[in-house]
Design a binder for this molecule. Sequence first.
Ligand SMILES: NC(=O)c1ccc[n+]([C@@H]2O[C@H](COP(=O)([O-])OP(=O)(O)OC[C@H]3O[C@@H](n4cnc5c(N)ncnc54)[C@H](OP(=O)(O)O)[C@@H]3O)[C@@H](O)[C@H]2O)c1
Length: 291
Amino acid sequence: MAEKLVLVTGASSGIGEATVKRMLAQGWIVYAAARRLDRLEKLASSGARTIVLDLTDDSSICAALAQIAAAGGLTAIVNNAGYGSYGAVEDVPLDEARRQFDVNLFGAAHLIQLALPLLRKAQHARIVNISSIGGRIHEPFGAWYHATKFALEGFSDCLRMELAPFGIDVVVVEPGAIRTEWGAIARDSLLAQSGSGLYAHWARRHAGMLDQALSARLSSEPDVIARAIELALISRRPQTRYAVGGGAKSILAIRRLVSDRMFDRLMWAGSQSERNSRFDHFQSPASGGGV
Ligand SMILES: NC(=O)c1ccc[n+]([C@@H]2O[C@H](COP(=O)([O-])OP(=O)(O)OC[C@H]3O[C@@H](n4cnc5c(N)ncnc54)[C@H](OP(=O)(O)O)[C@@H]3O)[C@@H](O)[C@H]2O)c1
């Protein structure tokens, strides 16, 4: 059997780490990439080949692919690295928005560009892009994160068509709420950007909603997503999309059923009292806010 070699980005934590473990167990050769090499040591001792990779740095991306090319080839890439940059659009500096796009979209795109000559040589090569249900729904304070994931969805559909003639399949995985470091990073960025000032009232409320969505009761373990990624990598004919874990299927079903404004209301915690509290806040002389 031909060797199976996969590069997994964002392998130092959460979904990426769980994916590396699964693919090692499947007998694949796994390149585990991230910025924090110390966090990859355990995977290295389990047999993963570790690579330092910073997706905001073009030279780091080129060096990672050069290392893989020199070692042989590549059968698949799992573009998993990413983070949630949250905050009101008015508050988030554009440099941070660009960084969010560099990590969640352009870094993955650059890796794909460099890997394609290697993937073309493999039989049944795969590109698995880890999007989010956030690539198909919206929420307040997530404009830049959702923009990157909506973009990754469209990018992946176009790429799937372009690469079909070469026998390279492109699959999107859309996690729901998963218990990883993602939640704390998203919450902290929201509070750092908008935890004070005009949006503070709702930003703090939304930070609480993020915490709640990622609580043990509502969220899934990262291995649930790793299993979907494994399916995307090993199935003869994978689905184009896998929406899995932490309410993914039900939230997307609701999104298909309700209007944009109805979904806005649901995301604002849905209740009339929430709408009133927003209105009260704008009316309150103490709030400093105004419309
Ligand atoms: N957790 C969820 O609820 C959830 C839901 C939907 C979608 N997702 C998506 O799933 C993917 C994995 O997230 P996760 O939940 O596993 O989060 P996580 O535990 O925070 O892991 C994120 C990974 O991305 C890497 N990363 C961050 N910035 C990077 C950079 N500049 N260059 C290279 N690597 C970088 C991190 O490694 P280093 O810091 O060591 O570089 C880390 O290994 C992300 O794309 C995320 O948007 C997550």
